[in-house]
Design a protein around this ligand. Structure first.
Ligand SMILES: *Cc1c(COP(=O)(O)O)cnc(C)c1O
Length: 424
């Protein structure tokens, strides 16, 4: 392992995505939190200004005279997104937010009947997803304590795929799992889990909030039933940018659980009929008017993803996280510094971030922020580090590890409170 700064600089010189960094507004210091909120690019800013101009000039006519037409934003952005997740253009739609889409998909696919009454998730799942699923069970008059099951983690950080398969009992109707776990960054084998679920007649969906935009997905090939994900993390859509969902085309005939007029057959939507007639594509699961201003930056951002190529993004992301873990091993020996890695080392099992563990994680995060370095913290002891392919460099990673070394060696973290703030 070459631990010199020169080596990091050399790796940046060889990086085919290096030029994208200049297209972002980089806050002072080092940003390592792109898995919570991606940074703003000039491309996203221009796209946002473009829509603001359209609104000024077109008023109501913007719904059809804008480019792309506001009225069809859900479908058009879904089509652009589809290539990054390995789906057909009409299987993906932009709409609403992730938790709402989780409700929408569950309302559509969860029909407790004929002894299949339970939802299966896992105890490491994102809490919002778990709350949504519990309430969906309750909507059917069932008790979540009995009909909502969670696979346990053996180590508190990762899930064992065989444990998940063992939990696929005859009474499970629907499974919702994360593609990448939000704390440890573990990437599950979606194809394998989908095939095991289908052997047992179980519908399976994935929350891809932490993988979309950093992992190469092949939803059609993985043969999952549905997926949901957000666009403000790795896709750099901006705070509150709308979410996306995927519905495998074999389900286009299903009744939608939560209907609304934007899911109506689009050329007849304004006929204002009394009975619902759903569009025969993922767009048919939209509920209401798309959030044009929140979505606008994505037009610029998705264009950048197309230019960069999702495979290149994945390769660089893996190279950055691997480099970070190797540096931690080499420069911050656990015995001396107390750090350990809570993410899978195997590239095929890791998403776009690394969980760095330490007993004083919260105080170390505070010390990093005080130095202008932005990680994020997840209780109890996780520092999440997300070096993002489009705007982080190997030198950033090197500087981060150097900062961690100083913060612990000089006990700088002890100057910071042990009490956590409410958003972290
Ligand atoms: C960020 C995230 C969400 C986002 O939820 P919202 O509904 O957008 O607030 C959902 N699931 C996971 C796993 C996430 O990481």
């Amino acid at each position: 392992m070459n631990i010199t700064k020169e080596f990091a600089v050399q790796k940046d010189k060889e990086d085919c995505l290096a030029s994208f960094r200049e297209r972002f507004y980089l806050p002072k210091g080092i940003y390592m939190d792109g898995n919570s909120l991606g940074l703003m690019s000039k491309d996203a800013e221009n796209a946002l200004s473009h829509v603001a101009e359209e609104w000024k000039e077109l008023g109501i006519n913007g719904w059809l005279d804008s480019i792309p037409q506001w009225h069809f934003y859900g479908e058009r952005l879904g089509e652009r997104m589809a290539e990054f997740v390995g789906a057909e253009p009409n299987e993906v739609c932009m709409s609403s937010s992730t938790t709402v889409n989780t409700h929408n998909m569950t309302a559509t696919f969860y029909h407790p009947e004929n002894g299949k009454t339970k939802i299966l998730a896992d105890e490491l799942n994102f809490p919002s997803t778990l709350y949504a699923l519990q309430s969906q069970v309750r909507l059917h008059g069932l008790d979540p304590k009995e009909h909502f099951v969670m696979v346990k983690s053996r180590d508190g950080f990762t899930l064992n795929e065989e444990d998940i398969v063992s939990a696929m009992t005859d009474d499970i109707a629907l499974i919702l799992l994360p593609s990448v776990l939000y704390r440890s960054g573990q990437l599950l084998d979606m194809k394998y889990l989908a095939s095991e679920a289908h052997k047992r007649g179980i519908i399976i969906g994935f929350d891809c909030a932490h993988s979309a935009g950093s992992v190469v997905h092949h939803f059609d090939d993985e043969d999952i039933d549905f997926a949901v994900w957000c666009s403000y993390k790795h896709f750099n859509g901006g705070p509150g940018s709308p979410a996306f969902f995927y519905i495998n085309k074999r389900h286009f005939d299903k009744k939608s659980g939560l209907a609304g007029w934007y899911g109506y057959v689009r050329d007849k939507q304004f006929d204002m009929n009394i009975w619902f007639d759903r569009a025969h594509q993922a767009g048919g699961w939209q509920i209401s008017t798309p959030h044009i201003l929140s979505a606008a930056p994505l037009i610029g951002s998705l264009q950048m993803f197309k230019e960069a190529g999702i495979e290149n993004i994945r390769n660089k992301s893996l190279a950055l996280t691997r480099y970070f873990m190797d540096l931690v091993d080499a420069v911050l020996p656990q015995k001396e510094y107390g750090f350990s890695i809570g993410s899978p080392r195997d590239d095929g099992k890791r998403g776009g971030h690394v969980a760095l563990l330490h007993d004083h994680a919260w105080q170390i995060c505070s010390a990093l922020k005080n130095r202008g370095i932005i990680p994020d913290f997840r209780p109890e002891n996780v520092i999440r580090i997300a070096p993002v392919a489009l705007y982080n460099s190997f030198e950033d990673v090197w500087n981060l590890v150097e900062a961690l070394k100083e913060i612990v060696a000089e006990k700088e973290y002890e100057k910071f409170s042990t009490v956590r703030s409410t958003v972290c």
